[in-house]
Design a protein. Sequence first.
Length: 156
Amino acid sequence: MRTPLVSDLMHTSVVSLDPRMPLLDAAHTLLKAGHSGAPVLDPDQRVIGVLSEADVLDVLASAAFYGSSDTTVAERMSDVPDTVRPEDDLFSLVDRFKAHPVRRLPVVDAQGRLVGIVGRHDVLDALAHLVEDAHPRLRHASYASLRERFAIEPAH
C-alpha cells in the first residue's frame, strides 16, 4: 500500500486573506467560512502569513468596546508560516503537526504559491484508514473510535 501524500489529503478550495484587508473584514470572512484561521497571500498568491482567531481577539474586543478599528491583517498575522508541499508524505505531515500546534497547514508549490490546505482531521482520517487497511481485525473498533473521539469527517 502506498503512503498517502499531502496532495491526496489537501483541500484545494481555500479561504485566503489579503494583508491589506481590514482586520474586522477578515474576522467576518473567517466566521462566515467557519474557519479558525486562513493563509494570507501576496499579489502573486504566495503565502506570507496566517491569520488565526487568536490574532484578532484583542482587536475585536477593543473595537467592540471603543468603536471601529483600522488595524489590517498584515499588522496581526503570524509571519513566515509553516507550510507543506503536495509531495510530502503522511508521516512527515504527522511530524509537522506534532511540532507546530496548529489546526491546518497551507500547501504550497515550489514557488511558495498556495495550492491547498490540509488539516489535522484530514491526517487523522488518513491514519485511521491505514490502520483499518493494515489490521482488518481492528477495523470497526479503532476506526469507529477515532472517528467518534475526534469527530473525523470522511476524506474528500
